[in-house]
Ligand binder design. Structure first.
Ligand code: HSE
Length: 317
């Protein structure tokens, strides 16, 4: 295990789009713009303490064992055999909770990236995954790694298994652009998972895994048309979309504006659309925004290339 003289590290992890249409719980990608920062400071007092949470203050627990970032760090320290050390965590939420943009995953990923660097990098970025998944478990009630894998590693990821991690980084075609619209309502991932049907018709499963395989092939081949033809979700979207006001109109608007595909980002309420090039992303964003303006719902728009960096160290001393 490497030695480190650092006493302070601040890391940033980006917002992520999980599922990517047909890849429920197994596909994700990272975007630029929103995300969370977490700083870790060594302390003489043993234990992990959350000393500040800015951004969504009041909504998140300060108890380490109940906080996604805190839990992830506890799990990391246990595996590293460093439970005796003292760490203070400061969490800067720079994206809203319950938005479908992987808010809890960004906190967990930034927290484990910061503490790992503070300890002299005993773990690779990939090895941090199970720790961050512990945090997701607390947030959603079931372990899933599509957001945390993308937040840690950046780019597109395919989560074959989360523990032990078997995550396959996928290529991000250079002209691929993404627009995300976040209507200002909150949907809890836990709730959004509870409403899903536990059984799937075989004929739907067949189309879903055909689309999933074809989407991955499209990414490898930089085949934008194939990406578009594959970005369909026959299983999850029909159930969850009813919770999102204006969903059908926004999707229609994005597709008319030239998007390759459009679906729910993670567990919603955000929607994402993938486009070939930035101008179609602008047009798709405008059309989607028009639908929400019409129904009087406020929103944020994020236009972004695929974020290939994932979690990064912002500051250290
Ligand atoms: N794959 C997860 C879900 C992501 O859709 O429930 C949650 O953000």
């Amino acid at each position: 295990m490497g030695k480190s003289q650092r006493t302070f590290v601040k890391a940033f992890a980006p917002a992520t789009v999980a599922n990517v249409g047909c890849g429920f719980d197994v596909l994700g990608f990272a975007i630029h713009g929103p995300g969370d920062s977490v700083s870790a400071t060594l302390s003489d007092k043993a234990g992990v303490r959350i000393v500040s949470i800015t951004g969504e203050d009041g909504k998140l627990p300060y108890e380490t064992e109940k906080n996604t970032a805190g839990l992830s760090v506890l799990s990391l320290l246990k595996k590293a055999g460093k439970e005796h050390i003292g760490i203070e965590l400061r969490i800067e939420k720079k994206m809203p909770l319950g938005s479908g943009l992987g808010s809890s995953a960004a906190s967990s990923a930034a927290a484990v990236a910061a503490v790992n660097h503070l300890l002299g990098e005993p773990f690779s970025q990939m090895e941090l995954l199970p720790f961050a998944v512990e945090g997701e478990l607390a947030a959603s009630g079931t372990p899933h790694a599509d957001n945390v894998a993308a937040a840690l590693l950046g780019g597109f990821v395919l989560v074959k298994e989360h523990n032990p991690p078997d995550v396959i980084p996928l290529p991000s075609p250079p002209e691929l652009y993404c627009v995300v619209i976040h209507p200002h309502i909150e949907i809890q991932t836990r709730r959004s998972r509870q409403i899903l049907k536990k059984e799937v018709l075989l004929e739907k499963a067949i189309r879903q895994w055909a689309n999933m395989g074809a989407l991955v092939a499209g990414l490898f081949r930089e085949d934008y048309s194939l990406i578009g033809r594959s970005l369909h979700d026959e299983i999850i979207e029909p159930v969850r979309s009813v919770m999102i006001p204006g969903f059908q109109g926004m999707k229609k608007g994005a597709m008319e504006a030239g998007a390759l595909g459009c679906s729910i980002s993670g567990s919603g309420p955000s929607l994402f659309a993938l486009t070939r090039g930035e101008s179609d992303a602008h047009r798709a964003g405008e059309k989607m925004g028009d639908v929400l303006k019409e129904i009087g719902l406020e929103f944020d728009l994020h236009l972004s290339e695929i974020n290939r960096k994932g979690a990064v160290i912002e500051e250290e001393r």
